[in-house]
Structure formats: C-alpha cells, structure tokens
Design a protein around this ligand. Structure first.
Ligand SMILES: *[C@@H]1O[C@H](CO)[C@@H](O)[C@H](O)[C@H]1NC(C)=O
Ligand SMILES: *[C@@H]1O[C@H](CO)[C@@H](O)[C@H](O)[C@H]1NC(C)=O
Length: 412
C-alpha cells in the first residue's frame, strides 16, 4: 500500500503544482499536456527532496519511481524474439528479428544505452522497449539494450565500465556470428546519459590495439558531453525548462561521481573547476564552438577555477578529478582523438540545457573531419524520444523516433 499512497500523494501535488505558473515557450506543441507531465515530474522531485531531507530515502531513490512506473517485462511477440542475456557479467535485453527470410544475409546491430542521468532509467521502460522493437522490425536488425548499473549505488566509472564490457564482448567475431550480425554494420546509440556513454565508448574503443571489429556509426540523442561548464547559453536559457531543469542535470552530474553534496553545491555555482581541469576548458569554450546565433545573447566568461575545486570531496584522485575524465566528459579530448571516430548522428533540442553540449560536439567532430548528420528540433525539449507511450505520448516524440530510425536505416 505504500507505493499506492505515494502515487496518490504525487497526484495531489501535481494538481497543486499545475496552478503554479510555468513559462513554457509558446511554440512548443501540446503545451498543456507538457505542463501536466512536467508538474508530475516537479512534484516528485519536491517529494524526493523532502524525503532526503527527512532522511527517509535518498533523492534518486524516490525519483526512481518514474522508472518503476514505466517498467514492463519485455517478452517476445510475433516479430521479435526477446531474451535476457549476460554479456561478460552485465545484463542485456536482446531483441532479435523472428522471421529472417534467409539465413544467408547477416544483420545490422544497434547497441542501445538508455538515458536517466546515470541514476535512473532501465532498458525495461516501455518507451525503450517500444523503440527497440521498432528498430528490429524496420531494420531487420539485432538490438542490444544494456542494463548497466546505476549511480548513486554505483558511481563513475561503474556504469561506463559495464557498458564498455558489453560492447567489447559483443564485438567479437565469434559472438557476432552467433547472432548473425554483420561486423561491418554495428552502431552504438543512446539518449541523454546514454548518449554520453555511447560517445565515450566510441572514443575509448579506438584506443584498443588490434581491434578487429569497428563501429560503423554512433547515434547520439541529446547527449550529455561535458561537466566543466554548466553555464553554457543553453544551461542559462533553459534552466527552468520542463523535464530536465538545470538543478536536476547538476544533480545527475554530481551523483554520478559522489554522494558528497559539496560537489553538487560547487557545480551549481559553476565553481567546481580546479587548476587540473582548467587546462581542458578550451575544449568546451562555447564562445568558439557554438554557431553565433546561439551565443549572440550571452557573453562568454570562463568558469571560475578554484584551488581544490570540485568541493571538499576527495582531494587528489577522488571524485573531484573524475568530471574531467573523457570517459565521463567526451568533449574533453583533443582533435586527434576525434579524427577516426565513426560517423555520427547528433540530435539536439532548442529547449534543452544539453543543447550546447551537442552543438559543440557537432562543431568539433566536423572540424576533425568526422561525417556528422545534425538534426536540431526548434520546438524540442529534453526527453522527447521517451514521449511515445500513453499517457505521455507527444507528436514530437513520434517525429523524433521516425527521423532517428530513418537515419539508421540509411546509414547503418
Ligand atoms: C574562448 O574563446 C575565445 C574566442 O572565441 C577566446 O577569446 C577565449 O580566450 C577562450 N577562452 C578559453 C578559456 O579558452
Ligand atoms: C554583454 O556585454 C555587452 C557589452 O558589454 C552588454 O551590453 C550586454 O548587456 C551583455 N549581455 C549580457 C547577457 O550580459
């Protein structure tokens, strides 16, 4: 009954919050529905905050309710065979086409990494399950949805390493043969924190000597790409936007590394950089990497550099250093590390704090000579790919899904 009462409480809070004015831009479609959806998210966030303050349950523990509410048991259907596997000890949900007309043709494969700020989400959430089935049927491909472990129970680099282990395991010729996958046609993809993991894995794989199988493509959907500057124009413009306000993104970032709130406070003030990380600020200089239209209204000032920045948490090699690790912040590498990356699809949304992370990566990848297809949604906001299932189904969710799958079909 406890879950029941939480749901009722959240519903009541949502109703109340609905009457609080929320500035959602006029051009966003289905605004009333988004407001209602967002008021649920905000109420749950308030409840989570309250619960953590009272010492009942930590913030992310309460927020995980969002994941639980959407979790389903993935089962096979007429067209798709679904199995739960362990790849090098990490759980994956494997989707395979059922009727492959001829066994001669090898299939394409997509390794999919779900979003949720490294703290929430699951490959079992119905929107991810639906997306995986669509990719399988439209591309006659195999989809591997990775159930990596989450923070705060498992801080960086555990979520990243889980993903990396799965990818390395899968990219072995013997394993690919087992699932009739063409070694030349494999992509890694993910949304939000999943986009972060996909970008990081693509970069790190290149460092493996003697690698036989290479990724053909990386598809990054509103990815998180850097933790050094949390005041880019998109962070400023969209700090109170629905679904992912700046506070929540900063919370995800800090929880990825540590449960010590000092890092959260330092990141909120954008004063978490230290003399070691400051040398990497040039890689996220939005004054240089954003198209002018996006930074015109803002004046660049580099983030403060504080001796012992990153909060009091962990001097030396502790969590205060990890945010500058390219496995957490893939934008923080020199051009030479970008040059031989697989071709990329990058999706960005105008009303998203992470917009500029994506835009900067597009600029930097192109400058390094990587083929990039950039899709920008003028009326998009963070999380649209997830909004495909009733009652939170939005027209834009369908468009985004259609275009993303279309790119995969044509480029993988
Ligand atoms: C950022 O780029 C601008 C030029 O676009 C330059 O003046 C400034 O010094 C750069 N700052 C850093 C920290 O790289
Ligand atoms: C940016 O700087 C200019 C010139 O100093 C100033 O007029 C403008 O108000 C500043 N804009 C912002 C958003 O701070």
């Amino acid at each position: 009954m406890r879950l029941g009462s939480i749901v009722v409480f959240v519903a009541l809070c949502s109703l109340t919050a609905y009457y609080i004015y929320e500035p959602i831009p006029e051009e966003i479609e289905e605004r009333w529905k988004l407001m209602l959806t967002n008021s649920f998210f905000r109420s749950l966030s308030h409840l989570a905050d309250f619960s953590e303050r009272l010492g009942l349950k930590d913030y992310m523990g309460v927020m995980y309710l969002i994941t639980l509410l959407e979790n389903i048991v993935p089962v096979s259907d007429e067209h798709v065979k679904v199995t739960i596997e362990k790849f090098d000890g990490v759980e994956v949900v494997l989707y395979q086409p059922k009727h492959s007309g001829n066994s001669v043709n090898l299939r394409r494969a997509v390794i999919y990494l779900h979003g949720g700020g490294w703290c929430l989400g699951s490959s079992r959430m119905s929107p991810y399950d639906l997306l995986a089935r669509k990719i399988v049927t439209e591309l006659d491909a195999v989809v591997l949805s990775v159930e990596y472990r989450l923070a705060p129970a498992h801080h960086f680099p555990v979520p990243y390493e889980d993903v990396y282990r799965v990818v390395k395991h899968f990219l072995q010729k013997g394993v690919l043969a087992q699932f009739s996958v063409d070694p030349e046609r494999i992509a890694v993809s993910g949304d939000s924190a999943g986009g972060n993991l996909a970008a990081a894995v693509s970069q790190q794989l290149q460092k493996e000597p003697g690698r036989e199988v290479h990724l053909k493509a990386q598809a990054l959907i509103y990815p998180v790409l850097q933790a050094l500057d949390l005041n880019t124009p998109s962070y400023q413009q969209n700090q109170h936007m629905p679904i992912l306000p700046r506070t929540l993104m900063v919370r995800f970032w800090s929880e990825y590394f540590t449960s010590d709130k000092a890092l959260f406070r330092a990141m909120m003030a954008n004063a978490h950089n230290n003399p070691e990380s400051s040398g990497l600020l040039k890689f996220v200089n939005w004054s240089a990497f954003l198209p002018e239209t996006y930074h015109r209204k803002y004046n660049y000032s580099a983030p403060a550099v504080v001796q012992g920045g990153g909060g009091e948490a962990g001097a030396g090699d502790g969590p205060s250093q990890a945010f500058a690790d390219p496995r957490a912040s893939p934008l923080l590498v020199p051009d030479s590390a970008l040059r031989s990356l697989p071709k990329a699809y990058v999706l960005t949304c105008e009303y998203d704090v992470l917009r500029d992370d994506g835009l900067m990566y597009v600029t930097r990848l192109r400058a390094a000579g990587v083929e990039v297809f950039h899709e920008h949604y003028d009326t998009g906001y963070h999380g649209v790919l997830m909004f495909t299932v009733w009652p939170t189904d939005f027209l834009i969710g369908r468009r985004v899904t259609y275009n993303y799958i279309k790119w995969l079909k044509e480029n993988l």
